[in-house]
Design a protein around this ligand. Structure first.
Ligand code: BGC
Length: 366
């Protein structure tokens, strides 16, 4: 079942490529630039945020390879960890100045790029928001991501499933909730998705959030930084869990899941059911070892491949395929989106879910 979903994600990429071909009105001749959207060796910019999770680091090399292989000139930048917003703004400005035809952006702060993307649009650049939405501007042409709301729903359901499996005799559970960085639009979307599943269980008393911290603002982890999640967990444990058992924690990603587990370990308490996201190598090992409960597989290779297919479609002068025109409102417009399917991974299906990914498959082997 899970494997089918992975295949579905990759099939979606293929479909995207095919759709690009099928909307072509006239097949291009060899070297037939006349009808192309832009020259086949154009500069393509990719502006990624700081490396707060492995997926961003991986995306950098994948974009470099795939764009170069497709014949484009690639300018792929990961923003530095400090002064990140300003540095990313500068990187995007330079890409525009250097004549990029498409700029793919994984925003550090989705609310602070409107002047940059508006300048890009004025210069005729197509802007693709990658993984994270860019907010409050009309100048975003496409959004390409794994379905973030679905990620949250899967995390919420997995928390319930993990609790039922680990504590079969309990009829209520003590849990804590974590969300990501408030400057990343995804953080709220993941949390909303998870709460769509968890809130009814809080309301009916199945889940007891002992700290009482249930609002996204109270649960936020600034910068997606592990140390911030760890110190919030330390504080919550010492204030609320003296003699009370913690059964489960909603963690929005793997980096924070490991930090939360670290905090619980340091407090000398039994490990709770902890969710995650990203399929980071260390977390896959932890899942197989029975520590972290689950993660989400968002295959970065598939997302980068989909982005490069969009670029190729634009280069050919065609309209890229989208599969969602309703969900991702950036405050000014609902951005036409191409969404891929995320996959839940636990120790039970890890080997199957990562069957096509040698690095992650190796991590399931210890
Ligand atoms: C991404 C997650 C990632 C987080 C922190 C989010 O925008 O969607 O995959 O864990 O950023 O890097």
């Amino acid at each position: 079942m899970k494997k089918l979903l992975t295949v579905a994600a990759l099939t979606a990429v293929t479909a995207l490529a095919l759709a690009g071909c099928s909307t072509r009105t006239e097949a291009p001749q060899a070297g037939g630039e006349a009808e192309a959207g832009f020259a086949a060796d154009s500069l393509i910019g990719v502006a990624l945020p700081d490396g707060t999770s492995e997926n961003w680091v991986l995306a950098e090399s994948l974009f470099n390879d795939a764009l170069t292989e497709a014949g484009f000139e690639a300018d792929v930048q990961n923003a530095p960890a400090s002064n990140t917003v300003a540095e990313q703004q500068n990187q995007i400005n330079s890409m525009v100045t250097n004549g990029a035809k498409v700029i793919i952006i994984g925003a550090k702060d989705g609310a602070q790029l409107s002047s940059q993307v508006e300048a890009a649009r004025d210069a005729g650049v197509t802007v693709i928001a990658y993984d994270r939405l860019i907010l409050n501007t009309e100048a975003v042409d496409y959004y390409l991501a794994f379905d973030n709301f679905r990620v949250g729903e899967l995390q919420g359901q997995a928390l319930l499933d993990g609790l039922a499996a680990k504590f079969p005799d309990a009829d209520s559970y003590n849990v804590e909730l974590f969300s990501g960085s408030p400057d990343d639009n995804n953080a709220g979307v993941f949390f909303d998705g998870a709460m769509s599943v968890l809130q009814p269980k809080i309301d009916d008393g199945t889940l007891n959030v002992v700290s009482g911290q249930v609002e996204v603002g109270q649960t936020a982890t600034q910068g997606w930084l592990a140390q911030n999640a760890q110190s919030r967990m330390d504080t919550i444990l010492s204030a609320n869990y003296g003699s009370t058992e913690l059964h489960g924690v909603l963690s929005p990603n793997d980096t924070l899941a490991r930090a939360i587990l670290e905090s619980v370990r340091a407090a000398g308490k039994p490990l709770p059911v902890v969710t995650g996201q990203d399929s980071e190598v260390e977390s896959v090992r932890s899942i197989v070892a029975g520590e972290q409960y689950m993660t989400i597989y968002k295959d970065t290779r598939a997302l980068v491949a989909a982005a490069v297919e969009m670029v190729k479609t634009l280069q050919a002068g065609n309209e890229p395929e989208v599969n969602d025109t309703e969900s991702y409102d950036n405050g000014v417009l609902v951005v036409p989106s191409f969404l891929l399917d995320p996959v839940v991974v636990t120790s039970e299906n890890a080997a199957q879910a990562y069957a096509d990914n040698a690095d992650l498959l190796a991590a399931t082997e210890g």
